[in-house]
Design a protein around this ligand. Structure first.
Ligand code: ATP
Ligand code: MN
Ligand code: MN
Length: 298
């Protein structure tokens, strides 16, 4: 009808058939990012994100009043749609699982600002298919050194015939992810990641450490292998962070990492179109048995 073209396009309040209440609620006050804008971020990246999130137990960071107010971690499905609750045989409660686009938008609707995933899938939570080396720079470490650490680690892994993938976290560090076939259980996988990290720290003790102690981290990079455990998680690719600047975690190609100057280049409103992790699903590789044995006995 006449005049329709002059009307301002109303802000979409339904995304993937999920109605958003209070779409104009501001979740990131500094950037004025609203719930509708957050939903739009997930809508735009849905096809890229879902393969890395679907079917894995989730941990959420929920900030119902936005990132400036109280936020809490959530590992169990209270307040979520029933279809997102899954019994995976754990005695502390049900796991949260997303399978489809609407599930992700249901999280946005509930003020979820961070989506974290386990390194295993709900059908076999005890057997990891993704290991993560979480590179955490201590005080005074330049990003260039974190970048170098990722490349050094990548080379070590390549020496063991393992392909690895890298992403920004939206924070200060990087995550290096190794997809594996589901052969070993967490105890072995964790021992293996500790062994790899300890190897690096042993060779470059002035650059890297695997010790948790914050005081000792100054000027060095903590190679955090502790993400590799049954109930541990790491931020999902394309997940937003409840941090200043509305950053999100972004997969990178190794080529793109070479040119990256800052740790958190992606923010809500930015659109990644290239699938930097497109090869992840096709990788078939496993940890060498002798390395696992060495690691477990170390
Ligand atoms: P950065 O690059 O700034 O280190 P990050 O996401 O790697 O960002 P870390 O503090 O190193 O942040 O934490 C690594 C992972 O540990 C997080 O991605 C998150 O999944 C998990 N984590 C951290 N703190 C908690 C917590 N209190 N409860 C549950 N999981 C947590
Ligand atoms: Mn980290
Ligand atoms: Mn860490």
């Amino acid at each position: 009808p006449d005049g329709a073209a002059n009307k301002e396009t109303p802000m979409a309040t339904t995304v993937f058939d999920v109605p958003l209440s209070h779409p104009d609620k501001v979740l990131y006050p500094e950037q004025n990012v609203t719930k509708a804008a957050l939903a739009a971020h997930y809508e735009r990246h849905m096809a890229l994100l879902l393969p890395h999130v679907a079917g894995r137990p989730l941990t959420l960071v929920r900030c119902p009043q936005g990132r400036a107010k109280a936020c809490f971690y959530q590992r169990h499905p209270e307040g979520l749609p029933e279809r997102m609750a899954r019994d995976i045989g754990e005695d502390d409660g049900l796991a949260i699982v997303a399978e489809e686009p609407a599930d992700i938008i249901e999280l946005v609707q509930r003020g979820v600002l961070e989506i974290h995933v386990r390194g295993a899938r709900v059908d076999r939570p005890e057997r990891p298919d993704r290991l993560v080396f979480d590179l955490d720079p201590g005080e005074g470490v330049a990003f260039a050194a974190v970048r170098d650490a990722a490349f050094v680690l990548r080379e070590r892994l390549a020496d063991m015939d393992l392909a690895a993938f890298v992403k920004t976290t939206g924070g200060k560090g990087l995550h290096v992810m190794v997809p594996i076939e589901r052969r070993v259980e967490w105890a072995e996988a964790k021992a293996w990641t500790r062994w790899v990290a300890a190897g690096l720290a042993g060779d470059f003790p002035d650059r890297y450490l695997i010790n948790m102690s914050k005081a000792k981290r100054k000027g060095r990079i903590f190679i955090d292998y502790l993400r590799n455990d049954l109930k541990a998680s790491a931020v999902a690719p394309y997940s937003t962070r409840a941090r200043e600047g509305a950053p999100f975690a972004g997969p990178l190609t190794w080529e793109a990492l070479e040119k990256l100057e800052t740790p958190a280049p992606f923010h809500v409103g930015d659109t990644l179109t290239q699938d930097s992790w497109k090869d992840v699903g096709a990788v078939r590789q496993r940890l060498r048995g002798k390395d696992v044995k060495t690691a477990v006995n170390a």
